[in-house]
Design a protein around this ligand. Structure first.
Ligand SMILES: C[S@@+](CC[C@H](N)C(=O)[O-])C[C@H]1O[C@@H](n2cnc3c(N)ncnc32)[C@H](O)[C@@H]1O
Ligand SMILES: [Zn+2]
Length: 410
């Protein structure tokens, strides 16, 4: 049902995503110059590129609902057009209620219209409130949500405290960070300020971005005697995304902090080492492979990023849904499931070959050769040309050299 009195004062269009149809700003009207980023220029934010992010959010919430077997109360306090929260209500079976919010009055009105447009009045409500204010009003023990989805402009850190406080014991928190420049080491001081960890401008910075966000989440939750378990994470386009369940109790917080640690990276030979613990007794700053000075990244989350059973549950679900990006998502989930036990960081084969002026072999060939040496080799969700392995970098280079000489001979 349309609200007859809904008359936006800006150009709009109706789009469909997942199972819903919503009215969003007409982005074409806000792209006057090629460099214009239309989603942010429009009076209400809408980014079609985030469909993947929203699809995965639906799948994670559905997986979580199946695991906990109870009706979900979900909060999306930075909703813009309402698309994400409306999708939760329409597509996640077992959703009891979705509370959405936005500080922007035009977004609030558009979201209100979209709720009615999808016949979800009652099941979904939207408030024209500041996100921390909204979340705080649900922080009392029996008012808390099962799931909170934080999808802001830039960094989510401004909302993490109120988000964890508005989650029930065992609840699920989803967090997007679009401040990739700090997280990938372009602005290291901003990253240290926001996430409490130093980034590294290494070839595996996309994974580190996710780990820095998860680290910020773990230390925020620990302040309130809560521990986190990361169940799924990914990085795409301009953002990092982390999904974690939260358990109340100082013991859980202490256990969770054991997953914090540091990465030591050698920019000369590509060697990297992981040191676990927030306060490790000794950090060796000399590269064990080439003797150069190692660069320190962290503290950040060096624990698991994927729960393989949970990823499997999501993968079973994708095939039953008609998602435009279904095939891509299936591949992502298969990778996530298979790399659950992989070490932190990956080698980017092209980068190794570039440094050694060698032709680039296929990732599969390198993975086979690594296995031949008796080591595990994992492809990764974070990079199409990445390989995770405990194999020392010198042996990885040997493999690349050997494959290049075979290619030269044939
Ligand atoms: C990136 S957009 C959200 C996109 C949306 N989640 C989606 O999937 O389409 C961020 C939204 O947060 C709103 N916002 C920014 N700061 C806020 C705050 N402090 N409280 C509430 N809303 C806020 C903005 O108005 C904007 O609509
Ligand atoms: Zn080195």
């Amino acid at each position: 049902m349309h609200r007859a009195d809904f008359k936006p004062d800006f150009p709009t269009e109706t789009i469909s995503e997942g199972k819903v149809k919503v009215v969003v700003p007409k982005l074409k009207a806000y792209r006057n110059m090629p460099c214009d980023y239309a989603p942010s220029k429009a009076p209400v934010f809408y980014n079609p590129v985030m469909e993947l992010n929203r699809d995965l959010a639906v799948l994670v919430l559905q997986g979580y609902q199946k695991l906990v077997s109870r009706e979900l109360r979900i909060c999306e306090p930075l909703t813009a057009s309402g698309l994400r929260g409306i999708r939760f209500a329409a597509e996640v079976e077992g959703t009891e209620k979705v509370v959405m919010g936005d500080i922007n009055e035009r977004a609030f009105k558009l979201a209100e219209h979209n709720i009615a447009f999808n016949n979800l009045t009652g099941k979904v409500e939207v408030k024209n409130k500041e996100a921390n204010y909204l979340l705080s009003s649900y922080s009392a023990p029996h008012k808390r949500f099962d799931c909170v989805d934080i999808d802001p402009f830039g960094s989510p850190v401004h909302f993490l405290d109120s988000a964890v406080r508005a989650l029930r014991d065992g609840g699920l928190l989803a967090v997007t960070a679009t401040d990739m420049a700090p997280l990938c080491g372009v602005h290291p001081r901003a990253c240290i300020r926001k996430y409490g960890g130093k980034p590294l401008r290494a070839e595996y910075c996309h994974e580190l971005a996710v780990r820095l966000v998860a680290g910020g989440l773990a230390t925020t939750a620990a302040k309130y005697d809560m521990g986190i378990s990361v169940i799924f994470a990914h990085q795409a386009e301009h953002y990092a995304r982390v999904y974690a369940t939260i358990k109340h109790g100082a013991r859980h917080a202490d256990e969770s902090l054991k997953n914090m640690g540091y990465i030591l990276h050698c920019f000369k030979c590509f060697n990297r080492e992981t040191v676990r613990g927030l306060y490790p007794l000794r950090i060796n700053e000399e590269c064990s492979e080439c003797g150069s000075k190692l660069n320190l990244g962290g503290p950040m989350w060096v624990g698991k990023l994927f729960d393989p059973q949970f990823c499997g549950l999501m993968r079973d679900d994708v095939s039953h849904r008609r998602l435009r990006l279904g095939k891509r998502i299936e591949k992502m989930l298969a990778l996530a499931e298979s790399e659950a036990d992989a070490p932190v960081s990956y080698f980017v084969i092209d980068k190794l070959c570039d440094a050694m002026s060698l032709p680039v072999p296929s990732v599969k060939e390198v993975a086979q050769a690594v296995k031949h040496k008796g080591f595990e080799a994992y492809l990764t969700i974070f990079h199409t040309r990445g390989i995770k392995s405990e194999l020392p970098v010198s042996e990885m280079k040997e493999i690349v050299r050997m494959l290049a000489s075979i290619a030269n001979r044939s």
